[in-house]
Design a protein around this ligand. Structure first.
Ligand SMILES: Nc1nc2c(c(=O)[nH]1)N[C@H]1C(S)=C(S)[C@@H](COP(=O)(O)O)O[C@H]1N2
Ligand SMILES: [Mo]
Length: 260
């Protein structure tokens, strides 16, 4: 896959951070501060929470998964529950037959994928807890296309660093000229539980929860889990998008790294 050359240095960098994590536990903060990888990470302006959390947890650590009996009887819909957008409403009318997920930006092979195309990709089913910053949680069962293989199908260009999800709606009450968007880094993009979900609780994803496709990035807070995903853009940075902070909520002041 054309993305392999990009992934290798990235994983090596991660291993450097993990080694530094050992130093943090054994040798105290001085040694971490001296570690060039850590200094570089902080110098890049990355959120300290993200750096420290990833020092102390394996990049591949799975979010907790639950059993069928734990599924919330009523999963709370939040934010937009029915996008006020003519094009989106036309797609709903046609039962998303004409909907295509666009995958573009820093990729070798831009894609336009129908729901059938997505259902034919490697999938994962997971029962996980969704935590919203507003202070509520719900447990749901999600099935979707694993994001990693989808990105590999498109082939990441060497400069790729983040994946941006562009949605059909506008963040409620924001009055923003830009549609709802969120971004994640390649570590989360290639995490095994990061999926583009088309099913929820064994049925096609309903409109209130983001039909026809929503992101599940299970080690992050709810606002990162973009609903109504229309387009995926692979970028080397996001300062050129909307408010420049990597997401609709981030542009209002929420942290970009919402790890839990
Ligand atoms: N496109 C879009 N995605 C979104 C939102 C939104 O308003 N629009 N709200 C976010 C927030 S704050 C939460 S908690 C979850 C809510 O998902 P749910 O409606 O399935 O509970 O979606 C997130 N993704
Ligand atoms: Mo949320």
């Amino acid at each position: 896959m054309s993305s392999t050359p990009r992934r290798r240095p990235f994983l090596l960098r991660r291993r450097g951070l993990l080694a530094a994590g050992g130093a943090l536990l054994l040798g105290g903060c001085d040694r971490v501060a001296q570690d060039t990888e850590v200094r570089r990470a902080l110098a890049r302006g990355e959120d300290a929470t993200r750096v420290i959390q990833r020092l102390l947890t394996s990049p591949a650590a799975l979010a907790r998964e639950y059993g069928p009996a734990d599924i919330s009887p009523a999963f709370k819909p939040n934010g937009t529950t029915d996008p006020d957008d003519d094009d989106y409403q036309d797609l709903v009318q046609a039962k998303f037959a004409d909907w295509r997920l666009e995958v573009g930006g820093l990729v070798e092979r831009p894609q336009k994928l129908s729901l059938d195309d997505l259902r034919a990709l490697p999938s994962r089913t997971q029962i996980t807890r969704h935590d919203c910053v507003e202070g509520w949680s719900c447990i749901g069962k999600w099935k979707g296309a694993v994001l990693g293989p989808l990105l590999q199908q498109a082939g990441l260009r060497p400069a790729a660093r983040y994946v941006v999800f562009h949605c059909a709606d506008v963040l409620e009450g924001s009055g923003s000229a830009t549609k709802y968007y969120e971004s994640i880094d390649l570590g989360d993009a290639f995490h095994p539980q990061t999926i583009l979900a088309y099913d929820m609780n064994d049925a096609p994803l309903p409109v209130r929860h983001g039909a026809p496709l929503r992101l599940r990035v299970e080690r992050q807070l709810g606002y990162k889990m973009a609903k109504y995903v229309m387009r995926i853009e692979v970028v080397d940075g996001f300062t050129h998008i909307a408010g420049g902070r990597g997401g609709s909520w981030e542009d209002l002041g929420y942290t970009w790294y919402a790890g839990i």
